[in-house]
Every structure is written in C-alpha cells, then in structure tokens.
Design a protein around this ligand. Structure first.
Ligand SMILES: Cc1ncc(COP(=O)(O)O)c(C=O)c1O
Length: 417
C-alpha cells in the first residue's frame, strides 16, 4: 500500500501577509475575522488584479479590435479556463454569473421551467440555503410540481433512507448542498448524484461553501450543474459561477436575452452564441471575472488539500474548546470527519446577536442570525444561532480569542463571576 504523502502545513505567517485587511484594527483590537462562510477576505493578488485592469486595460470585451479590448477579452476568457481547472471542468462549461444564487436561478428558469411538468417532483433538503430552495419553490409552483425535502438526522446528516423513499421516476431535479453553511456537514454528493441519475433526475450541487475549501472534480461527482460564488473563495463580490455539462448547456434555452449571447440577429428572430457566452448576456463583470481567475490561481497555488487540512485542524480545536464552555450548544455532526470549517452554536441565556455584538467589541467578527436557512432554524427549534467559520488565514489563536470573548460575554450576562 502506498502511504499518502504528508501535507506540508501552510506557512500561515507569510500567507496572512497577502491579506491586507488582517492588519485592520477594530474597536482597538487587531481584527479576528471568523465570518468567511459569509464572505472571504481577499488577497492582495486579487485586489491588484482589479486595479491593474482598471488602470491599464479597461475596455469592453468580445467587440473591440484594438489592443485594450483584446487584452481584456483574453484575461476574461483566461479566467474561465482558470476556474475550469479548479473544478476539473472545461472552459466552455464555465458560465460567469453574479453569484451562486444567480446560478440556481439560471437553471430554474432555463432548464426547470421547460422540463419540470405537472405531477413531477423536485428534491432539496432541510439544510439548504434559501438560494437553493426558493428558486425550486418557484418552479414547482409555476409548473404544478411537488417540492420534496430530504430530512436530516439528529446528527445533522442527510437522512439517506428518507431520500431513497422520496426519490422516484417523477423526480426531475435533485439539488443539494455539498457543505452546509450552518451545520458544517459535508454531504456525499457523489452518491446522491448517482442515485438521482438512476431515476433520470438532473443533479445540481450547491458548492458555495465547498469550492473555497476542498479540491473538487465535477467529473468525479458527475453532477449536471454546480453553482458557487466568487466572493467566498477569495474573489471579488458580484461574480459567481455556474458549471453545466456541455451536452445540457448546448441543448438548453438561454436565461437572459440581449447582446453578446447571440450569433445572428434578425428583426424577428435570433440564433444563439456558443457556450458559455450563450449564457452571459450583456457586458459582464469583466474586472470581477479577472479577479476570480486570480483567486482560483491563488487557491490552486496554496493547494486545496492543505487549505482543507488547515481549516479542519482549527475546527477540531474550536469544537473541543467550545464544548468545554458550560451552556454552549453546538449544531451539526459530532464526528469531525463529516464536517468542514463552520461551527454554529448558541450560548445558553445569551442571544446570538448579543454575543456577536460583545465579540465585536474585541474586534472578533462572527455571524449571528438565521444564516439564510430559516427552515433549518425551525427544525432545530431556534430563531437564530451564532456561527464561527474558518479559512486559510485563520489560526488557533483566533479560536482562543473567540473563546475568551464568549467567556467575557458569559461574565457580562452574569453566568460566571
Ligand atoms: C451553502 C450556500 N449556498 C448558497 C449561498 C448563496 O451565495 P450568494 O449569496 O453568494 O449567492 C450561500 C451563501 O451564504 C451558501 O452558504
């Protein structure tokens, strides 16, 4: 048996120097940023790429025959290739959107409305972010289909027996998150995809939290679509990705209509451009796309396996430390191997918003609220929870600060003397 080569740990000190914002003082303290699941911080390489585009070669793409436009077109198209290599796809399967939300909407409007018929069903799960739930509610209601939800177990895992009991020949779409933004659960999307395909359903992966954190191959998962956002993976805001299998994209109708997505236009009818441009109508977010390509390169340069290992170590440490605090309830799988770098929790007697405000006094940024997963909150029997999420630039000291901050909050609320 060949032993897996040990991963080189991240050189965290020099890596943190790439993120200028980590030097920011907040309320008199050096920032401790623990909200990367909401949006990640950006390395200077990405920030400089945006500046470079606007300073040196700002021009519209795909239409100019002059130097600046050619450079901008090349950089924007190269960015598609870079993102394609990040997820093991080909260039023409990468559509730039505004964010993951737009990716789901694109599939809902362009594929869902056309193919889902009355009496069909669509399957999502209880742990989906609203962006992977509300578009399917729309399609189901519009076309008279039924929306079904995979239950979750007490441990915060998808209930696969329940999935098998609701999956049938009338299932047209199965759309599931690979990594829950609340529970931290990592789902076995490969198996879910295989089972979905056996029934003839299209399989969509919400990779908004997973692409930033682990090495992904769409070929291996064998999904039909995958949606994710640039801003959670070190890229700019306002740019996201929809991956689609070439055969499906080629036969699918467009989502938005107008300039750039056409090949020929007559007064009364038009024909469509090749993929991916057929799905990128109008002037796109050129700077954002270029920045996203640089972010993809940055992640590949550091190594996604190393990033995953790093955040898992921090998560393991944080789970241990949090569980030592009296009154802390942690949601999601107990087993570290089933989760990624997101921990949602509540502290008895302290509302999550109060906790987040107190932590902010110490420059510690966490998330509090329903995390765009209201049905999951209902299932957990809570209105809100606190969430700490970790990324490649976080350290064990960040966790220590979080723990100190929580203890301080407990003191303020009179739970410790
Ligand atoms: C799991 C998951 N899916 C989808 C989204 C939606 O991402 P965006 O708001 O960038 O479209 C998020 C954002 O938090 C998320 O965590």
């Amino acid at each position: 048996m060949q032993l897996k080569e040990a991963l080189q740990p991240l050189d965290i000190e020099s890596l943190r120097k790439d993120f200028p914002i980590l030097q920011r003082m907040v309320n008199g303290h050096l920032i401790t940023y623990l909200d990367s699941a909401a949006t990640s911080q950006k390395p200077k390489q990405v920030i400089l790429a945006l500046e470079d585009y606007y300073k040196r070669y700002n021009a519209n793409i795909h239409r100019g025959v002059y130097k600046l436009s050619e450079e901008a077109t090349q950089a924007y198209e190269d960015a598609h290739t870079k993102v394609a290599s990040l997820i093991d796809a080909s260039f023409d399967e990468i559509i730039f959107t505004r964010n993951a939300t737009e990716g789901f909407n694109l599939v809902a409007y362009a594929w869902g409305l056309e193919h889902v018929k009355e009496g069909d069903n669509i399957i999502v799960s209880w742990m989906e972010h609203h962006s992977n739930l509300v578009p399917w509610q729309f399609v189901a209601r519009q076309n008279g289909a039924v929306l079904k939800h995979i239950r979750i177990t007490e441990d915060g895992l998808l209930d696969m027996d329940h999935f098998l009991s609701i999956l049938d020949e009338r299932t047209k779409i199965v759309s599931i998150t690979q990594f829950s933004n609340v529970l931290g659960t990592i789902n076995d999307v490969k198996t879910i995809g295989k089972l979905s395909h056996e029934k003839g359903a299209v399989f969509i992966v919400d990779a908004a939290q997973s692409v930033p954190h682990f090495a992904i191959s769409v070929k291996e998962i064998d999904c039909d679509f995958m949606a994710f956002s640039g801003h959670k993976m070190l890229g700019p805001t306002g740019i996201g990705v929809l991956y689609g299998k070439k055969d499906i994209l080629n036969t699918m109708r467009p989502f938005l209509y107008g300039g750039d997505m056409i090949s020929e236009v007559n007064l009364d009818k038009s024909s469509w451009n090749e993929i991916p441009w057929k799905f990128e109508a109008g002037t796109p977010n050129i700077a954002g796309g270029i920045g996203l390509g640089v972010a993809a390169d940055y992640l590949l340069g550091v190594g996604l396996d190393r990033i995953f290992e790093h955040t898992r170590n921090i998560t393991k440490y944080a789970l241990q430390k949090l569980s030592e605090i009296p009154g802390v309830v942690i949601y999601g799988p107990k087993e570290i191997n089933l989760r990624g770098g997101v921990i949602s929790f509540n502290v008895k007697g302290i509302h999550a918003h109060d906790l987040a405000s107190i932590l902010d006094r110490f420059g510690i940024a966490i998330r509090a609220g329903h995390h765009c997963a209201m049905p999951l909150m209902k299932h957990l029997g809570i209105q809100a929870c606190a969430r700490a999420s970790f990324y490649l630039y976080n350290t064990l000291e960040d966790v220590d600060k979080l723990i100190e901050g929580i203890n301080e909050a407990r003191r303020i609320f009179g739970y410790v003397s």
